[in-house]
Design a protein around this ligand. Structure first.
Ligand code: 1HE
Length: 266
C-alpha cells in the first residue's frame, strides 16, 4: 500500500505524494482547475524531483479528477513582458529537465485531457500509459501562444515534426488510440486503470540495476541527438561503465547459475 510521504514533500499542497517501497507516486492535485500548471505547481514539481526520498527507484505522475492536465494555467499568462516570458519558459524547462534527466525513471499515467503543457509534461516522462479516456491536443495556436515547456523539442522526438505541426495548426485532437499509434504513449489500457498499470510498470522498472536505468534515461536521448559515429562511441563508454559495476556482475552470474528469471513472453 502507498503511504503519504512526510516532511518537505508533504508540504507541497498542489501535489499528493505517496510512496510504496521503491515507487513514488506524485499526483497533481488541482482538479477544480483541471490540474492547470500554475507557476506554483511547476515550482512544486521542481521541488519534488530535487528532493526525491532516499531509496526511491522509480516514480509515477498522474492527475487528480477527470483529466491528467489542462496545460498552462492561462489565468497567469495575462500581461507578461518579454523578459519574464523567457524566464517563465525557462522555469518550466528546469522542472521538466529534472524529470527527464533526473535520478529515476518516471511513468506518466494519463487520462482525460493531456493538452498543451500537459502533453509537454507527459513528454518529459520516460514511459506513458494512456487509458481509453485520454485525448491529446496542442491548443496553443487557438490561444495565440506557442509551446514553452520543452514541447517543441520533446514532442517531435515522440511523434515527428509533421504530426506535431498538424496538431498545432489545425487544432486536431487525437484520441487515446491515435495517440498511442503516433508514439505519444506506449500503453493503452481500459478507462480508469492507467495509474494501476503505471505503478506496476514502475515497480518492474525499480527492479532493474539503477545504473542501467540511469543509462537509459541519460545516454539514450543524448545518443539519439549525436552523429552515428559519436553515438556508437558514447554507447561503448556507457556499456563499459554499466558492465563493470558489481551489480552487473552479480546479475550476470545469477543468470548463468540459473538463479535469475528468463525472458518471458507475456
Ligand atoms: C483552466 C484551464 C487552464 C481549465 N488554465 N484555467 N490549455 C488549454 O487551452 C486547455 C483549456 N482547458 C480546456 O479546454 C478544458 O478546461 C478541458 C478540456 C481541459 C477540460 O474541460 P472541462 O469541461 O472538464 O472543464 P472546464 O469547465 O473547462 O474547466 C474547469 C475549470 O478549470 C474552469 O474554471 P472555473 O473557475 O470556471 O471553474 C476553467 O477555466 C479552469 N481551467 N483549464 C486555467 N489551462 C509553457 S507553454 C504551455 C502552453 C499551453 O499549455 S497552452 C494550452 C492551455
Amino acid at each position: 500500500p502507498f503511504a503519504p510521504v512526510t516532511g518537505l514533500l508533504a508540504a507541497l499542497d498542489l501535489l499528493q505524494i505517496s510512496c510504496n517501497g521503491k515507487v513514488l507516486h506524485i499526483c497533481i492535485n488541482r482538479p477544480a482547475k483541471r490540474n492547470a500548471l500554475s507557476d506554483t505547481l511547476i515550482q512544486q514539481l521542481h521541488t519534488a524531483f530535487v528532493n526525491l526520498p532516499d531509496g526511491v527507484a522509480a516514480a509515477v505522475i498522474s492527475g487528480a479528477g477527470e483529466h491528467f492536465c489542462a496545460g498552462l494555467d492561462l489565468s497567469e499568462l495575462v500581461e507578461r513582458d518579454i523578459g519574464s516570458g523567457v524566464k517563465h519558459s525557462r522555469m518550466w524547462h528546469a522542472a521538466f529537465d529534472l524529470i527527464q534527466f533526473g535520478q529515476v525513471p518516471v511513468v506518466a499515467a494519463l487520462h482525460g485531457a493531456v493538452v498543451g503543457g500537459g502533453l509537454e509534461l507527459a513528454s518529459a516522462c520516460h514511459v506513458r500509459v494512456a487509458d481509453e479516456s485520454t485525448y491529446f491536443a496542442l491548443p496553443e495556436g487557438q490561444r495565440g501562444i506557442f509551446v514553452g515547456g520543452g514541447g517543441s523539442v520533446r514532442i517531435p522526438r515522440l511523434m515527428g515534426v509533421a504530426r506535431m505541426t498538424d496538431l498545432m495548426l489545425t487544432g486536431r485532437v487525437y484520441d487515446a488510440a491515435e495517440g498511442v499509434a503516433a508514439g505519444l504513449a506506449q500503453y493503452l489500457v481500459p478507462q480508469g486503470t492507467s495509474v494501476d498499470r503505471a505503478i506496476a510498470l514502475a515497480q518492474r522498472i525499480a527492479t532493474n540495476a539503477p545504473l542501467s536505468n540511469y543509462a537509459v534515461m541519460h545516454a539514450l536521448p543524448r545518443i539519439a541527438d549525436q552523429s552515428m559515429s559519436d553515438g556508437l562511441f558514447t554507447e561503448s563508454l556507457m556499456a563499459a561503465v554499466a558492465e563493470s559495476t558489481p551489480d552487473a556482475q552479480d546479475r550476470l552470474r545469477a543468470f548463468l547459475e540459473k538463479r535469475a528469471g528468463k525472458v518471458v513472453k507475456s
